[in-house]
Design a protein around this ligand. Structure first.
Ligand code: FES
Length: 117
């Protein structure tokens, strides 16, 4: 697919999140510590929307449902389904870890661009 212009650069403030559709994917955009990140809006565990996921000071986004945490730069799993206690660890055993897809971003010509392969 390549690079796609998705939003005006000033459309995303520090506390705001936006979900855009690119090539049939639902992509969550957010700003963290001055940088713009783009991640798949569906958790790789059970496809729960990540839009309300907390972004931690350590650079992870946490799924609101079972609290899996993913590195916002690489998508790598930091914690896999720790919640709720007992049930979360059972869910982790039957569902192998999967990274959260992340997408490169850039700002050009007053627009936010996302690269989707
Ligand atoms: S749906 Fe996200 S951790 Fe289970």
């Amino acid at each position: 697919m390549g690079w796609t212009s998705v939003l005006a650069a000033n459309a995303l403030t520090d506390d705001e999140r936006k979900v855009v559709k690119v090539g049939g994917r639902s992509i969550l955009l957010f700003k963290h510590q001055g940088s713009i990140y783009a991640v798949d809006n569906l958790c790789p565990h059970l496809k729960f929307p990540m839009k309300k996921g907390k972004v931690t000071g350590e650079g992870a986004i946490v799924c609101p449902l079972h609290k899996s945490a993913f590195d916002i730069t690489s998508g790598a799993v930091k914690t896999w389904t720790p919640w709720p206690p007992v049930v979360g660890s059972l869910l982790a055993k039957i569902s192998p870890e999967k990274a959260l897809p992340v997408f490169p971003t850039r700002i050009e010509e007053g627009q936010i661009w996302v690269e989707v392969a």
